[in-house]
Ligand binder design. Structure first.
Ligand code: TYM
Length: 337
């Protein structure tokens, strides 16, 4: 790989890839990919912290990987792969579990939210999930992690674990930085309940837009989006619904919030919603078209994720071997250097 800084990021293969995932993460991956050595993983180990149907999961994993490519990720110059194909993730995760405190994990808001939602399956994996995420990142000596706002707490913990390990054993891990866009796209809200984030596990499908939704579905969902009883298109404190639509429009058109406000100065909600829907439809149209094309090319997809896993495993093993040496494990003589 060229001597560039390293990016790692991933999406869990649950539900569907939403407009929130796209604007908060994937769109930025695409924008950053030429300037960094990038690894983009479908983080399937993470997804089983919640029960998954095996047939659906296998299909969804491939489908997510295809959507990464459809969004514009170059599968050859970047490393694109399934997390479960690179066993070093799970191996490092065990080790880092021993350098993470229960108190730290019990403060994680995602754990609190998910354990409230799945109270019959509060498994140990759900609790130690952030340690696996730290392992994903630290295995590749990652510099930058482009994520949405909701992952910042996990990133902070990742940094703490890296600093702690380095402090005990000497420099072992690069301490990564989060990359979160400054605009409202860092936190796209549910269309039905604009005080909570747009989520792919929302049981109400009117709350989110999938990046593969048809133009009709996008139009319908945006028209039904919950707004307040006002009438002006202004980004103001407390107007969560309209602020969210402004953020979405601004992100897909690359216009600033004040440009959007000026454009819709004398217009009402009806016109604005139509314009937002139209802009989202046009932005996602090429993604859907590329997805349909790529889906037909099974051999190419297999090649991308097989080569991706091999390249990832090679880099991951370097870090893992270093960690083993630091801790005091006997060298694995059977691994060729
Ligand atoms: P996940 O699968 O929930 O979401 C994937 C990415 O999408 C971002 N995101 C959002 N951004 C803006 N608005 C929203 N409504 C919204 N919803 C989700 C997330 O911040 C994320 O960047 N734990 C991670 C997956 C993961 C990971 C990693 C990420 C595992 N290991 C290592 C980075 C590096 C997660 O559950 O993301």
């Amino acid at each position: 790989m060229e001597d560039k800084k390293v990016i790692f990021s991933g999406v869990q293969p649950t539900g569907c890839i939403t407009l929130g995932n796209y604007l908060g993460a994937l769109k930025n991956w695409v924008e950053l990919q030429n300037d960094y050595n990038c690894l983009f993983s479908v983080v399937d180990l993470h997804s089983i912290t919640v029960r998954q149907d095996p047939v659906q999961l296998r299909k969804r994993c491939v489908d997510f990987l295809i959507q990464y490519l459809a969004c514009g990720i170059d599968g050859e110059s970047n490393i694109v792969y399934f997390q479960s194909h690179v066993p070093q993730h799970a191996e490092l995760s065990w080790i880092l579990n021993c350098y993470t405190y229960l108190g730290e994990l019990s403060r994680m808001t995602q754990f609190k939210d998910k354990s409230a939602k799945h109270e019959n399956n509060i498994n140990a994996g759900l609790f130690t999930y952030p340690v696996l995420m730290a392992s994903d990142i630290l295995l590749y000596q990652t510099d930058l992690v482009p994520v949405g706002h909701d992952q910042l707490q996990h990133l902070e913990l990742t940094r703490d674990i890296a600093i702690r390990f380095n402090h005990i054993y000497g420099d072992t891990f690069k301490v990564p930085e989060p990359y979160v866009v400054k605009s409202g796209a860092k936190r796209i809200m549910s269309l039905q309940n604009p005080t909570s984030k747009m989520s792919k596990s929302d049981p109400n499908e009117n709350g989110y837009i999938s990046i593969l939704d048809t133009p009709d579905a996008i139009l319908r969902k945006i028209k039904r989006a919950v707004t307040d009883s006002g009438s002006t298109i202004k980004f103001e404190e407390g107007r969560d619904g309209i602020n969210n639509l402004i953020s979405i429009y601004s992100a897909v058109t690359d216009k600033s919030v004040s440009e959007v406000e000026a454009e819709f100065d004398s217009k009402g909600y009806g016109d604005f919603k139509l314009a937002v829907a139209e802009a989202v439809i046009e932005h996602l149209r090429p993604v859907r078209e590329r997805y349909e094309d790529l889906k037909k090319n099974k051999d190419y997809i297999e090649k991308i994720y097989s080569e991706g896993a091999q390249r990832a495993a090679y880099i991951a093993q370097k870090t893992l071997s270093k960690v083993h040496r630091r801790i005091g494990y006997v060298d694995r003589k059977y691994i060729k250097k």
